[in-house]
Design a protein around this ligand. Structure first.
Ligand SMILES: Cc1ncc(COP(=O)(O)O)c(C=O)c1O
Length: 420
């Protein structure tokens, strides 16, 4: 545990971690069970096209979430596109800018217009009061993102959607295993969309799922993900290839057996950070509503630069020099990503809360990325850096930027880290 300034790597000491610590390191489950399942898949020679492993995973997840339909998809981004298309959304779609860019790309990829809405400073989710003000005659849909797995203001958004006859769907990429008012995420809106990418606590390597209680919508999605084929063999819908393969489903079924222990591991890590960072001025650990279930996948800090004495980016640089690759999700906000910036003909959207959060949010390595004692060691470095903020700031100003550049390059090249 580092306790004095000279022990920090930026002052010449060895980094706290010999091997880099990343945010999104995948769980791999019980290897023997996975290999058994893969062997069964190979024996069956049924590798894709709605095979038995996919069907079993759909049934098990639907049961776990308490929803009528769970449709496995090739990934979360395409799943969003299919959900948007199947719900008949056209024209403008209200979305948060504080989200992974896939939410917005899915809208834009279909030729729809994303309309960026600000978020609530407490929950980091769509602020319903601001949603209503953005509705125009061209608006037909809203996508709420349960960011960090913390559920959106579900009832308020549903009320707005009903009053204005809009389709409400949720990007639940982060929210598998989380509840809202005691009900599993997956049952809300017209449909909810999960990412099952390797960085998620429960994954299928690449994969996604759409859940809905609407039988007709489920049927449409089923056809759309399979080139528009109906059971009769006729092509009756526009379609794409969004199917999940059997190997992915084998990984999903294997991790399903470890579900409780994965969440328990995440919870323990989260609580270690919570204890170790408690009471630190200028550092807020983003919490969920008490009493709800959650997957504890993300450990998200908000750094107030005035109270903390360092900016989020300064703290990030300190951590990088210690081989701790925290992430600044979702900097600089989707509205500032090139394709969306270029489209803004008039004034940029007014997103004061988002603008502040993208400068303050720091996501720490968690879950499978860290082992016993790591949360305390990371937290000790944060405490130490903030307690000596002016010396740290001065040192950062003196340092050549080469180290930081190299470190960032390493992060973007590391497997599984570009996605969230
Ligand atoms: C909020 C959000 N939406 C959508 C996606 C896209 O999911 P996928 O990577 O499975 O395509 C992600 C990625 O993880 C995400 O974080």
């Amino acid at each position: 545990m580092k306790t004095c300034l000279s022990e920090l790597a930026m002052f010449g000491s060895q980094p706290a971690f010999a091997a880099p610590l990343y945010v999104g390191r995948p769980h791999t489950g019980q290897r023997e069970r996975l290999f058994e399942r893969i062997s069964e898949v190979l024996d069956r020679r049924w590798l894709s096209n709605n095979g038995p492993a996919v069907t079993e995973l759909e049934a098990r997840l639907a049961q776990r979430l308490g929803v009528r339909h769970c449709l496995m998809m090739c990934n979360g981004t395409i799943a969003l596109e299919v959900a948007l298309r199947a719900t008949g959304i056209t024209g403008e779609v209200i979305v948060p800018s504080l989200t992974f860019v896939a939410t917005v790309h899915a809208v834009s990829w279909l030729g729809l217009t994303p309309v960026f809405c600000d978020v609530d400073p407490e929950t980091h989710n769509l602020d319903p009061r601001r949603v209503e003000a953005l509705i125009s005659p061209r608006t037909t849909g809203i996508i709420g993102v349960h960011l960090w797995g913390r559920p959106c203001a579900v009832e308020a958004l549903a009320g707005i959607a009903e009053r204005h006859r809009l389709s409400l769907i949720f990007d639940a990429a982060h929210a598998l295993g989380c509840t809202w008012r005691g009900q599993q995420i997956g049952r809300f809106g017209r449909a909810e969309v999960f990412s099952l990418h390797a960085t998620k606590f429960f994954h299928t390597v690449e994969g996604g799922a759409i859940t809905t209680n609407d039988d007709a919508l489920a049927n449409r999605i089923r056809m759309m993900r399979n080139f528009g084929f109906a059971e009769s063999g006729d092509v009756v819908e526009h379609g794409t290839n969004a199917k999940m393969n059997e190997f992915s489903a084998a990984m999903g079924l294997t991790l399903l057996e470890a579900w409780d222990s994965l969440i328990e591991h995440n919870r323990q890590q989260f609580e270690r950070y919570q204890t170790a960072l408690g009471g630190l001025a200028g550092v807020r650990l983003v919490e969920h509503e008490p009493g709800e279930e959650r997957n504890y996948q993300y450990v998200v800090l908000e750094i107030d630069p005035i109270q903390a004495g360092l900016t989020r980016d300064e703290l990030l640089a300190v951590l990088e020099s210690e081989n701790i690759f925290a992430r600044r999700y979702f900097y600089p906000g989707c509205h500032r990503a090139q394709p969306y910036l270029a489209r803004q003909s008039s004034a940029p959207p007014e997103l004061p809360v988002t603008e502040q959060l993208v400068e303050r949010v720091l996501c720490l390595p968690a879950g499978a990325a860290i082992g016993a004692g790591d949360a305390q060691r990371v937290s000790a470095i944060i405490r130490l850096a903030l307690s000596q903020a002016s010396a740290v700031r001065q040192r950062l100003a003196e340092r050549a930027p080469v180290g930081a550049t190299r470190a960032r390059a390493a992060v973007s090249l590391a497997p599984g880290l570009v996605d969230v």
